[in-house]
Design a protein around this ligand. Structure first.
Ligand code: PBG
Length: 328
C-alpha cells in the first residue's frame, strides 16, 4: 500500500491547531464602516434592499460613529444624501453641506478616536445622478469635473475629514485633489483612491441608499469594464503616481483576482470595498435560510483579506466587530 508522504491534515486536527496555523486573520482594525447621512429627515430611513442599513439623521449618524468607536472600529466612510440637487452637484462642497456637518458633529463627539473618511464624488448631489458635470452631449466632462472634486475635497477636509476618497473614476482626479488640498494648506489630509472601480450591477442597493441612480445612461463611460484586469492595474498605478496614499479595489468578491494581482505591485495600503449588492445578497440568502449567514459573512471577509486587501469597507463592519469582540 502506498501511503502519502505529506500529511497536511496533521495541521487541521483541532481548532487550536487551526488557529495557530491560520495565515490570514480578520481584525476589527481592518474594517471601515460606511454611513449614509441624510438631510431633512427626522428619523433614520431604512434602506429596503439592505436590511440593517439606514440613511441616518445627523444625530443618529453620530450615534453610529460612537458605536463604531465603542466596538473598536478605526474608521467610517461618509456618504451624503442632500435635500437639494443641481446640475453640478454644488451641495457637495458647501461648508454647511450634509457631509461637512456630519464630519463636524462626529468629530465633536468622538475626537480623534475615529478616522473620518469622506466619499468625494458628485453623484449624490447632481440632479442627473452622474459623478460629474455634464458636457453638452450628455457625457461626463472629465476636466470640468476635476475642479469640482477639488472644491469638494477641500471643503470636506476643512470640515474635519482625515481622508478624502475620490470615487468618480475621472482621469487625473487624484493629482487634482492633491494639488487642491495642498494649495489650501491641507497637506495632512490623505487620499484614499477608489483606484480600480468596476462598472458593477452590485452598486444597485447603494444607489437606493444614496439616491444616486443616474437619470439616464449608466457609468460605463467612466468606470472600468468588468472584463479588464490589465487596465485595472494601470488605474491603480496611475493613482499611486498621482499621489494616492491608499488605494482601493471595488467591488470585492467579483474582483478578488484584481486584489491579488495588484497587491505585490503597490507599496500603498490596499483596501477593498465589499459593496451594497454583496451585502444585500448575503443578507437575503441568510434571511431565506439558504445559507448560514454569519459563517458566509465571515468567509467572504476572510477571503477578501486572503486575496491581499489590508482593509475592507463593509456594511457588515458593526456585526463583525461585535463578533470579534466576543471571540478570543
Ligand atoms: C459613488 C459611489 C458609489 C459607491 C461608492 N461610491 C456608487 C456608484 O459608483 O454608482 C457604491 C458603494 C456600494 O455599492 O456599496 N459616489
Amino acid at each position: 500500500m502506498s501511503v502519502p508522504v505529506e500529511r497536511p491534515r496533521r495541521l487541521r486536527r483541532t481548532d487550536a491547531l487551526r488557529r495557530l496555523v491560520r495565515e490570514t486573520r480578520l481584525s476589527v482594525d481592518d474594517l471601515v464602516l460606511p454611513l449614509f447621512v441624510a438631510e431633512g429627515i427626522d428619523r433614520p430611513r431604512p434602506v429596503a434592499a439592505m436590511p440593517g442599513v439606514s440613511q441616518e439623521t445627523l444625530a443618529t449618524c453620530v450615534e453610529r460613529a460612537e458605536e463604531a468607536v465603542a466596538l473598536g472600529l478605526p474608521a467610517v466612510i461618509l456618504f451624503g444624501v442632500p435635500l437639494r440637487k443641481d446640475a453640478v452637484g454644488s451641495g457637495a462642497w458647501q461648508p454647511d453641506g450634509i457631509v461637512q456637518r456630519a464630519c463636524t458633529a462626529i468629530r465633536e463627539t468622538v475626537g480623534d478616536r475615529l478616522l473620518l473618511i469622506t466619499d468625494t464624488c458628485l453623484d449624490e448631489f447632481t440632479d442627473h445622478g452622474h459623478c460629474g458635470a455634464l458636457a453638452a452631449d450628455g457625457s461626463v466632462d472629465n476636466d470640468a469635473t476635476l475642479e469640482l472634486y477639488q472644491r469638494t475635497a477641500v471643503s470636506q477636509a476643512e470640515a474635519g475629514a482625515d481622508v478624502v476618497a475620490p470615487s468618480g473614476m475621472m482621469d487625473g482626479q487624484v493629482a487634482a485633489i492633491r494639488e487642491g488640498l495642498d494649495r489650501a494648506g491641507r497637506a495632512e489630509t490623505a487620499i484614499l483612491a477608489y483606484a480600480a472601480k468596476f462598472a458593477s450591477a452590485f452598486y444597485g442597493p447603494f444607489r437606493e441608499a444614496a439616491g444616486s441612480t443616474p437619470r439616464f445612461g449608466d457609468r460605463r463611460g467612466y468606470q472600468l469594464d468588468v472584463g479588464n484586469s490589465r487596465e485595472a492595474v494601470r488605474e491603480v498605478e496611475l493613482d499611486c503616481a498621482e499621489g494616492a496614499d491608499l488605494v482601493m479595489v471595488k467591488p470585492a468578491l467579483t474582483a478578488l483576482d484584481i486584489i491579488a494581482l495588484v497587491r505585490p505591485l503597490v507599496d500603498r495600503p490596499l483596501g477593498a470595498y465589499c459593496v451594497s449588492g454583496e451585502y444585500a445578497m448575503l443578507r437575503a440568502a441568510g434571511a431565506a435560510g439558504h445559507l448560514d449567514e454569519a459563517a458566509a459573512v465571515w468567509e467572504v471577509h476572510l477571503a477578501i483579506r486572503r486575496a491581499g486587501a489590508d482593509f475592507i469597507c463593509t456594511y457588515h463592519a458593526l456585526d463583525l466587530a461585535r463578533r470579534l469582540a466576543g471571540s478570543r
